[in-house]
Design a protein around this ligand. Structure first.
Ligand code: CA
Length: 360
């Protein structure tokens, strides 16, 4: 009997071997080299945000032993920053790296896949996306655009931004021209400000020439790299508007389906790697960049007043609830997001938050 089984196994293996030799699976061509273009919304090699897609490309090339080569383009090299979504959707590039909230004009639900004011932090976003149904909703939202999204980075809680005048009360927000994208901008508008959307590469000049009075960008590490401390006086916190934005890797669906399953798995693994790695990098480099800004450049760090934060929180709740009614899919995304956020907040009140309060 054992001999029979062994013989069957040998025959089966032999059959498999013959089958793959005579009729190879069309999706597995070990010698085929795929050459992809990856366009980004970031200036080329911008620390962390721009180096993440470079690392993703490198990881994929190493893991695939050169079978999938991805060439990374900075904003404006192949397409402008704000055309990344369309370029990948149309197949002019196979991949993109950016932030979902840049595409709010195309789909209202996109905001929730990046970050929303007073929303979830990085840890909670990763929980929602990977274990709470968030990624499935994101994939559904991007499917009509022929795109597959993956989480590919997170900056952690950002800073409120750089201001050329002090914010001492709600009055100081009136007429404030500030570069602040997404729902944060909408909240600022309702609180009396004038939000402006500009890609990273245009912020410095806009602040320097007085086209804007204030800007948010990321946090100390990236803000120092852009030199924002040389064109603004005050550095405010906390980043109420972006409490843990997820960055995205987007993939053209046709290009994705042309890959064999092992290369698809490598792209997913590389995205997950940079998703975790970026947060770790920001944790280290933001801390040291903040010291540089304060002690080497004399930057004045200020906390937003409580009444300003309270008003922004109230307006944010209104704006989120309205956004959640725009279309049926956005309603489902909003409901999933808010339910998960509530549950995470209840637990984190007793864990992360309670610990941060007692440790100092
Ligand atoms: Ca930002």
């Amino acid at each position: 009997m054992r001999v029979c089984v062994a013989l069957l196994v040998v025959l089966a293996l032999g059959a498999c071997g013959r089958e793959s030799a005579t009729a190879p699976d069309a999706t597995v061509l070990p010698d085929k080299v795929y050459q992809w273009k990856l366009v980004t919304t970031w200036p080329k090699n911008l620390p962390a945000l721009g180096t993440a897609p470079e690392r993703l490309a490198k990881e994929v090339e190493l893991m695939s032993n050169g079978r999938l080569k991805i060439r990374v383009f900075g904003a404006g090299e192949l397409v402008p920053a704000m055309e990344v979504f369309d370029a990948v959707s149309q197949g002019n590039a196979e991949m993109g790296h950016g932030a979902a909230y840049y595409w709010r004009g195309k789909l209202a639900s996109a905001e929730f896949f990046a970050t929303v004011p007073f929303g979830m932090n990085a840890q909670e976003m990763n929980g929602w996306l990977h274990y709470g149904g968030g990624l499935e909703l994101w994939q559904e939202a991007y499917a009509p655009f022929n795109l597959i999204p993956l989480a590919a980075g997170n900056s952690g809680v950002q800073m409120a931004g750089w201001f050329n005048k002090e914010i001492n009360s709600l009055e100081d927000l009136k007429g404030l021209k500030m570069r602040i994208p997404g729902l944060g901008g909408e909240v600022l508008k309702r609180a009396g400000g004038e939000p402006v959307t500009l890609p990273g590469g245009e912020i410095f000049t806009a602040l320097q020439t007085g086209v804007i009075d204030a800007t948010e960008w990321v946090g100390p590490y990236n803000d120092l790299a852009l030199g924002l401390h040389t064109v603004a006086k005050y550095y405010y916190y906390p980043g109420w508007h972006e409490p843990g934005p997820t960055l995205e890797a987007i993939i053209n669906k046709d290009a994705w389906e042309s890959l064999p399953p092992d290369l698809q798995a490598m792209v997913k693994a590389a995205a997950r790697t940079v998703n975790d790695d970026m947060l770790a990098e920001f944790t280290v480099r933001n801390a040291s960049a903040l010291k540089t800004l304060i002690y080497d450049h004399g930057v004045q760090v200020r906390r937003l007043p409580d009444d300003v934060i309270e008003r922004l929180r109230e307006v944010s709740a209104e704006v989120l609830a309205e956004t959640g009614k725009v279309d049926p899919l956005t309603t489902r995304v909003y409901e999933s997001y808010t339910a998960f956020a509530k549950s995470a907040r209840e637990y984190h009140a007793l864990s992360e938050q309670a610990y941060l309060e007692i440790r100092d």
